[in-house]
Design a protein around this ligand. Structure first.
Ligand code: AP5
Length: 207
């Protein structure tokens, strides 16, 4: 199965992608994670991406399209994949359809007012990359592996505002894009994470 998760920053795409990709035994491809890894490694892609990510803007289409085109050829994608954070523009969606066929697009819908609190409270584990919210943490260590938790640089209120603006200006139009093509399923993301997972599975017809 080849899936796309759409949704604004903080909707829970990453949180749900971890669960759903495990359940369906498909690869989880997060372009945000790939770009952050490239920045950490200091690759040419990382050096190019850093300024855009820090400003809350989209990394240029050509760079991200080339990255995804190459990634989906890897062995772990043979059974399918879940794209988390790609496509994010009509140009990316058009490019994607030129090199693969998507089975279903899930839009995780959460109102903007809820997203700021989710993102400013997000903490990520340096070791296992797990994502948590400060409201569920009982200590400063990762509840899964004991690793160090950090706050993403782009989770500052000013950058979050830019990311939301970019989402509404450039990415939200993909909801209609995929609706027109008969691929879209809508899921209410403003529920407990486990309930959202059940709703996604139900939408995909594999509960
Ligand atoms: P990316 O890393 O993809 O960020 P994003 O799309 O802004 O999404 P987030 O990771 O912020 O949120 P999420 O929806 O995954 O939510 P999460 O599950 O973590 O991209 C970062 C940057 O990279 C972009 O700004 C851009 O510069 C660049 N980039 C990436 N892809 C690109 C592309 N295709 N083209 C161009 N540039 C690209 O959850 C958030 C918080 O909420 C957590 O604390 C979590 O614990 C909590 N939470 C999750 N679910 C729930 C729930 N149901 N109820 C309550 N809290 C919840």
């Amino acid at each position: 199965m080849k899936l796309i998760f759409l949704g604004p920053p903080g909707a829970g795409k990453g949180t749900q992608a971890v669960e759903i990709s495990k359940k369906l035994s498909i690869a989880h491809i997060s372009t945000g994670d790939m770009l952050r890894r490239a920045i950490q490694l200091g690759t040419p892609t990382g050096l190019e991406a850093k300024g855009y990510i820090d400003a809350g803007k989209l990394v240029p289409d050509e760079t991200v399209i080339a990255m995804v085109k190459e990634r989906i050829l890897e062995d772990d994608c043979k059974n399918g994949f879940l794209l988390d954070g790609f496509p994010r523009s009509v140009a990316q969606a058009d490019a994607l359809s030129s090199f693969t066929q998507i089975d279903c697009v899930v839009d995780i819908d959460v109102a903007d007012e809820k997203l700021l609190a989710r993102l400013t409270g997000r903490r990520v584990c340096k070791e296992c990359q797990g994502t948590f919210h400060i409201s569920s943490l009982v200590s400063e260590a990762c509840p899964v592996c004991g690793g160090t938790l950090y706050q993403r640089d782009d989770d500052k209120p000013e950058t979050i505002k830019n990311r939301l603006n970019v989402y509404h200006a450039q990415t939200a139009q993909l909801i209609e894009y995929y609706q027109t093509r008969g691929l879209l399923k809508e899921v209410d993301g403003d529920k407990a994470p486990g309930d959202v997972t059940q709703a996604v599975l139900a939408a995909l017809g594999c509960k």
